[in-house]
Design a protein around this ligand. Structure first.
Ligand code: NAD
Length: 286
């Protein structure tokens, strides 16, 4: 049976490390790192994420400022807020919670961020730096996944890795990070033929698809390290809602070597990596 990868425990350690780094920068600079979070509209899931990020930021000793704008705010007004935050010396990191309402061009808003404050790592400059191996702010979810993989496997050099999903937020940066660690990386996506055949070869499987339990345990190479990024809300036989990943956990557990649970695996790492990125941005600016 697989070893459960405890994302909560790994995230708690990372948060403690960040808190130490925050204390250090406060003693040097006399001011705590500041994170500005921008929320447009009242999407319930986004509101919960933003609240949790604020709590975690303050717990790490940093300053969190939330800017809530109405769902019908104009693109110009949002861009003006971004410009103000870019120029504000007390702001080390800026996060614009996605998705944005449809009348706003999210790419334009992301491109307007100062790359040095782009703690989500979505700005084209940071994406490009990651690709060419330069220091960058890296998207939080794949950054956290890499930490979990390295904790399980150690050196990744030469390992066969499969990333399922090619989004700019998870799949593509995940593939770049694994490549930088000298893994041999395959990226599968909606047009991939024979997904099961690719899974069967992989020592590392990162599933970031958004389809409940799509990866079958029987497909796995025995002993594989399975990182399940998916967060899918399903209704069980008892009529109650619950969260499941992209991997069929019950069939994967006896076959995998390591596996992340959902919830309690990748999710806690994402927030902890946001804190780490904010500290990184503050250090780079200090
Ligand atoms: P996305 O919808 O942007 O991308 C999904 C990807 O899956 C696409 O690249 C698509 O090509 C691929 N795909 C679709 N059907 C496929 C198939 N049949 N076979 C292989 N690939 C297929 O999603 P995303 O933003 O990358 O997120 C993926 C999942 O991860 C979602 O469930 C999301 O909720 C979750 N997520 C979790 C966290 C976290 O903190 N744990 C963070 C971000 C996203």
């Amino acid at each position: 049976s697989a070893i459960l990868i405890d994302g909560k425990a790994r995230a708690a350690r990372l948060r403690a490390e960040v808190a130490l780094g925050v204390a250090e920068i406060v003693s040097v600079r006399g001011r705590a790192p500041g994170l500005a979070v921008v929320l447009v509209g009242e999407d319930p899931a986004s509101s919960v994420y933003v609240r949790n990020k604020g709590v975690a930021t303050r717990e790490a000793g940093m300053v969190s400022v939330e800017h809530k704008l109405p769902a019908d705010v104009g693109e110009d007004a949002l861009l003006a807020l971004v410009a103000t935050l870019n120029a504000d010396d007390a702001v080390d990191g800026i996060l614009v919670q996605l998705p944005l309402p449809r009348h706003i061009d999210a790419d334009k808003v992301i491109a307007a961020l100062d790359p040095a404050k782009d703690v989500d790592g979505f700005h084209p400059v940071n994406a490009g730096r990651l690709m060419i191996g330069q220091p960058a702010l890296v998207p939080c979810t794949p950054k956290g996944c890499l930490m979990l993989i390295e904790e399980a496997l150690g050196d990744l050099s030469g390992r066969e890795a499969l990333v399922i999903g090619r989004s700019s937020i998870v799949g593509k940066p995940m593939a770049a990070l694994l490549t930088a660690k000298s893994a041999t990386v395959t990226v599968a996506h909606s047009r991939t033929r024979d997904l099961a055949g690719h899974v069967a070869r992989a020592e590392i499987v990162v599933a970031a698809v958004g389809i409940p339990a799509m990866v079958q345990g029987e497909w796995l190479r025995p002993g594989a390290c399975v990182i399940d990024v998916g967060i899918n809300r399903v209704v069980g036989a008892d009529g109650k809602g619950r969260l499941v990943g992209d991997v069929d956990f019950a069939s994967a557990l006896p076959r995998a070597g390591w596996i992340t649970p959902v919830p309690g695996g990748v999710g806690p790492m994402t927030i902890a990596c946001l804190l780490a990125n904010t500290l990184q941005a503050a250090r780079a600016r200090a």
